[in-house]
Design a protein around this ligand. Structure first.
Ligand code: GN1
Ligand code: MG
Length: 366
């Protein structure tokens, strides 16, 4: 308890120190860790008088070019702010992330230990979910993601850096998996026998979308690349407000964003639920999400992009299963974990979801 108090005070002092490096009128009062992400450290900074802020330490082990990443997300936010200029200032502030500048006019602060920090304005009276509990939320999630893609559709994609090269590239992820098989412990290889076989079973089908991307049949556009439900902000009446966590905004294809959202929205349980009986693919949420998504994005899609959306969903569930499994085999070096089998449990969860997806939807068109 005592150690906790001291540690909490040290963290508060550090966060206050960093917070003061940015230009704003806020006076630091307290902080809360927002612990749902697997990569960065994110804190809600409560000030004596609102607005509150979100202070984030970007993991520079994972993201090799943090200044480039921050440039990406600030530029995309500005673009959206511009597109929403007909809204009142008050409304606009709730629809798109706004970043604070440092006292020296930069978009990030690099501290003495080499850590990179960025600061955003917190959007008040908002909620996020780890799972979806009704169709309205699924629909709104789809509408908001579709809107994000339409608002960024005229952004020059060549201006964005690839924050993690080949992020959703199946051959790259498969190659990493093969490397992990070579270094994994006997124990973990043995535990994961069944899942390793599943990777082989699905492998061919799971490369189809990438083939279409590489052949140029499916176009590259600005995509978010981490569209899980917890990255969609809702107001207290469950209306979609704003897409958050834009760290991975970079060139991609529509299937990445459609699919990654489906992966979490249609899972009846959270991503790391260990009771696999609770993990099912909810088809009515799929329909609701797709309806909301296409309401915005439909006119922007080619017939081929449209045709491959269901396979995009299956592929994104698979790629996460593969990445969690790979990290488990590597000895948990990438994702934050809370216990030794955490990555393995996440992988099993995603494999169960693919199975349920296949039973309940199948691939409509190949
Ligand atoms: C990671 O850190 P977080 O939670 O925003 C990961 C995503 C995964 C997600 C799984 C840079 O995102 O690709 O979908 O975990 N981000 C990175 O929950 O690897
Ligand atoms: Mg993320």
């Amino acid at each position: 308890m005592f150690i906790h108090v001291i540690f909490g005070k040290m963290v508060a002092q550090k966060l206050e120190y960093i917070f003061k490096k940015f230009e704003h009128k806020g006076e630091f009062d307290s902080y809360e860790e927002l612990a749902s992400g697997h990569i960065n450290d994110t804190y809600l900074i409560k000030t004596k008088k609102k607005p509150f802020f979100v202070l984030q330490r970007i993991n520079h082990g994972v993201f090799k070019d943090v200044p480039g990443l921050i440039e990406n997300k600030v530029a995309v936010s500005r673009h959206i702010q511009d597109k929403l200029k007909d809204l009142s200032k008050k409304k606009r502030k709730r629809r798109v992330l706004a970043f604070a500048k440092t006292n020296t006019g930069a978009s990030y602060h690099k501290d003495e230990e080499g850590n990179y920090w960025n600061l955003m304005y917190f959007i008040d009276d908002s909620v996020t979910y780890e799972t979806v509990s009704n169709e309205e939320i699924a629909y709104e999630g789809g509408r908001l993601m579709g809107q994000f893609l339409t608002l960024t559709s005229d952004f020059d994609v060549s201006k964005l850096i690839e924050v993690i090269p080949r992020f959703h590239d199946m051959s790259f992820r498969y190659m990493q998996f093969e490397e992990a098989l070579k270094v994994a412990s006997e124990e973990r290889l043995n535990n994961a026998k069944e899942q390793i076989q599943l990777v082989e079973d699905y492998k061919e089908e799971m490369h189809i979308i990438q083939g279409l991307k590489e052949s140029g049949a499916i176009r590259t556009r600005v995509t978010h690349n981490d569209t899980k439900i917890s990255n969609i902000l809702f107001n207290t009446k469950n209306k979609g407000l704003c897409v958050i966590d834009t760290d991975t905004v970079m060139p991609g294809i529509v299937h990445y964003d459609f699919g990654d959202a489906i992966r979490t929205i249609c899972n009846t349980a959270a991503e790391d639920e260990t009771n696999l009986d609770l993990v099912e693919f909810n088809v009515s949420y799929y329909k609701a999400y797709t309806e909301g998504f296409l309401k915005k994005m439909g006119p922007f899609l080619s017939p081929l992009e449209l045709k491959y959306l269901p396979l995009g969903a299956k592929t994104m569930i698979f790629i996460m299963a593969l990445r969690f499994l790979t990290d488990y085999l590597n000895g948990d070096v990438y994702y934050k974990t809370k216990y030794p089998e955490h990555n393995f449990d996440r992988a099993k969860n995603q494999f169960k979801l693919i199975k349920s997806f296949s039973e309940r939807i199948g691939i409509l068109d190949k």
